[in-house]
Design a protein around this ligand. Structure first.
Ligand code: HJL
Ligand code: ZN
Length: 165
């Protein structure tokens, strides 16, 4: 049965609950979906893969790994109408200096179809890097950004669970 946006965002939020709490990031969950066939291609959560990894990064890396490719070449194997559901908007800047997920999503257009749309549950709180400017970068690269409402309170509670109260 084709999932609706809420179904997929709920599944992304389930992923966020798997993330180990940490004071210096947010606990986020992401889903990679083929919109043509309503197939879930990959799931990911913050810190799932070794290193200081983000949910969207893990989602892409796992799908690439399943095709024996490094994450930076995932665009070569994405179906034509791939989308990402992420509980929090992709980062445009990271305090660690690691490559932001907006760049990882934009580069999926290299060598293939690339991610078409990003569905987000909440905007990034301004705690670490101030205002997140990633949305404009995605849109400037032809990637549609859509807010899926209804989960904000739970998304933020999960995202900040590792922060000092
Ligand atoms: N969309 C998103 N997915 C994630 O999985 C995650 N952890 C963040 N978090 C954004 C926040 O801005 C960064 O976590 C801090 O800027 C610290 O940067 P690092 O995570 O250490 O690279 N945002
Ligand atoms: Zn990120």
């Amino acid at each position: 049965v084709p999932g609706d946006h809420a179904t997929y965002m709920r599944l992304a939020l389930d992923q966020a609950h798997e993330s180990p709490p940490k004071p210096t990031n947010f606990r986020v969950g992401a889903l990679l979906v083929d919109e043509d066939t309503s197939t879930i291609l990959s799931r990911g959560y913050t810190l799932e893969l070794p290193g200081n990894t983000h949910a969207e990064q893990c989602c892409l890396a796992k799908y690439a790994q399943a095709h024996d490719l490094p994450e930076e070449r995932v665009g070569e194997v994405l179906p034509p109408n791939s989308v990402i559901y992420t509980t929090m908007e992709p980062c445009g800047l990271r305090l660690s200096g690691n490559l932001p997920c907006v760049e990882r999503i934009v580069r999926t257009k290299e060598g293939g179809n690339g991610i078409r749309k990003v569905y987000l549950g909440v905007k990034e709180p301004e705690k670490f890097v101030g205002k997140n400017k990633g949305r404009k970068v995605l849109e400037d690269n032809g990637i549609e950004v859509v807010h899926v409402g209804g989960f904000e309170e739970e998304i933020l509670r999960v995202a900040t669970a590792g922060h000092e109260k």
